[in-house]
Ligand binder design. Structure first.
Ligand code: GLN
Length: 533
């Protein structure tokens, strides 16, 4: 049996260079050569997980099948690799410290002073190695969040230094930096990269491969210069040009031979050349659409597209599957009111209402649901989006004046959405929602059934409130039907209006499980229903 190889990806110069995409692209290429690969993200903040973070701070919170609330990069890993990640794929400084402090309280270090080195670094190394050995991966790619030089990242870089020392040839380090183009000088500048590598060297880490983000081709001279200053082979200086879609990056990295260089440096067989046929087919359709549609994404975090990352990516997958270019309009529900909603939504061929928490922007979402229902415009409501559709139906079809969710109004006369029974005693906020994969039984003949093509599905969740089953019959009689139910608890998972062109609300999050080569059926079907052929 091969020993697991550990590849680390660090970032320098600036944040947002796309370490997650480079990691996922390398993983994709290794996977396409026949290796078993996973990716892990280490986040240097003190929160135990990003579940309690405002999406404005950190983008979307991604939920895994096992119910972990994680960094949005895990979404990229799953979408690129078509794998299922878990809690072990995302570790934060908060969790590392919590584990160490719990051990200290148990007496595991009795008599010893507990310190960053070795105790915190040992725990970091344990979390990295555990992932590799538990599942017998050939490669674990570990992305270290933040930028080299940050105080917060130091223990992670130190753990990487130790692992390189302890495991020698089984560890490889890739450093991603930026080569800016100075317009005034008309030149690409390598100095920030040199400084960033110096900083890594000060921490005792020599990168084996450099990936340089650039707007312009690097040329041999630049590569030679970087190679000389940074002690990295010229062919290990990799160019990563800006591209129109992140899904081109694996192809670009293949052209740059990133995977080959990695395998050679780790002494691994090249195996087969990755063909990436389905991937290329996806890109071809994405770039040559035959149809066009306009869809509104109605939410409250519209200034930061990262807040709806998985939804936006799901539309890209479903758009390609339908050979359709999607003009996705981010619409802030706080700006929708009774006077303007019709004009603001009038150009849309489809409306998606986003998930969310709290009452801000809720009335705008309810107006958008009303518009979609009344004008027969295809509608997909996700989690809070489905709950809004239910509230709207209660108010305007059933005539339940001021019907609401008890999340927004505790004393509403018509609590059509209510706190789940097992949430009633919950006081702690972190990791206490109904999280992760649960089964859903889909009713034959429904829109959801025709999308899935089967009646039992598993979907991921992140909520505290649910459809109040006390109103079940009244809704069904008036034409809004529960077409998906949890087989164990009877919790309503899908609501539809069969008379409508395409009106589906889901309590779960289909966006978390859409993949490049396996777009989510509900998104595919929703997009399809918006296309006028
Ligand atoms: N706030 C709602 C609930 O907790 C919806 C959650 C969501 O949209 N993820 O049930």
């Amino acid at each position: 049996m091969n020993t697991t190889k550990y590849i680390f990806v660090t970032g320098g110069v600036t944040s947002s260079l796309g370490k997650g995409i480079i990691s996922a692209s390398l993983a994709k290429l290794l996977q396409a050569r026949g290796y078993k690969v996973t990716i892990q993200k280490l986040d240097p903040y003190i929160n135990i997980d990003p579940g309690t973070l405002n999406p404005y701070e950190h983008g979307e919170c991604y939920v895994t099948e096992d119910g972990a609330e994680t960094d949005l990069d895990l979404g990229h890993y799953e979408r690129f690799l078509d794998i299922t990640t878990s809690q072990s794929n995302n570790v934060t400084t908060g969790r590392i410290y919590q584990n160490v402090i719990n051990k200290e309280r148990r007496g595991d270090f009795l008599g010893k002073t507990v310190q960053i080195i070795p105790h915190i670094t040992d725990e970091i190394k344990r979390c990295i190695k555990l992932l590799g050995t538990k599942n017998k991966f050939d490669f674990v790619i570990t992305e270290i969040g933040g930028t080299v030089g940050d105080i917060e990242s130091l223990p992670y870089i130190e753990a990487l230094r130790q692992l390189k020392w302890e495991m020698g040839k089984n560890v490889l380090s890739i450093h991603l930096t930026l080569v800016p183009f100075l317009h005034a000088a008309g030149e690409l500048k390598t100095k920030p990269t040199q400084h960033s590598v110096k900083m890594l060297l000060e921490s005792g880490v020599q990168p084996d491969i450099l990936v340089l983000r650039t707007e312009h081709p690097l040329g041999k001279d630049i590569r030679r210069k970087v190679s000389l200053f940074c002690n990295v082979d010229t062919d290990s200086v990799i160019e990563s040009k800006d591209v129109s879609t992140i899904y081109e990056v694996p192809i670009l990295m293949q052209e740059e031979k990133l995977d080959e260089i990695v395998l050679k440096k780790l002494g691994m067989s090249l195996k087969e050349q990755p063909k990436l046929e389905p991937w290329r087919e996806f890109l071809k359709k994405l770039k040559n659409p035959r149809f066009k549609t306009t869809i509104g994404l109605v939410g409250k975090y519209t200034e930061l597209a990262d807040a709806y990352k998985s939804i936006i990516e799901s539309f890209i997958h479903a758009g390609s599957a339908n050979e359709c270019e999607i003009d996705l309009k981010l619409i802030n529900s706080e700006n929708l009111n009774a006077e303007n909603f019709e004009s603001k939504l009038s150009k849309l061929k489809g409306i998606l209402i986003a998930p969310g928490f709290g009452h801000r922007g809720i009335e705008g979402k309810i107006l958008a649901a009303k518009y979609a229902r009344e004008k027969n415009i295809p509608f997909l409501g996700i989690c809070l989006g489905m709950q809004c559709a239910v509230i709207e139906f209660a108010r305007n079809v059933l005539g339940f004046e001021n019907a609401n969710s008890t999340e927004m109004n505790r004393t509403t006369e018509y609590p059509v959405i209510d706190l789940m029974e097992d949430q009633k005693g919950v006081v702690e906020k972190g990791g206490t929602m109904r999280l992760g994969g649960y089964e859903c039984l889909v009713k034959k003949g429904s829109k959801a059934y025709s999308a899935y093509g089967k009646n039992m599905v598993t979907e991921r969740h992140r909520h505290r409130y649910e459809f109040n089953n006390a109103y079940f019959e009244e809704f069904e009689k008036a034409g809004m039907i529960a077409t998906g139910l949890n087989p164990d608890t009877g919790l309503v998972e899908i609501m539809e209006i069969p008379k409508h062109k395409w009106f589906v609300g889901v309590q779960f999050h289909p966006e978390y499980s859409s993949r490049v080569i396996k777009p989510h059926p509900l998104f595919v079907s929703f997009v399809k229903s918006t296309i006028e052929k």
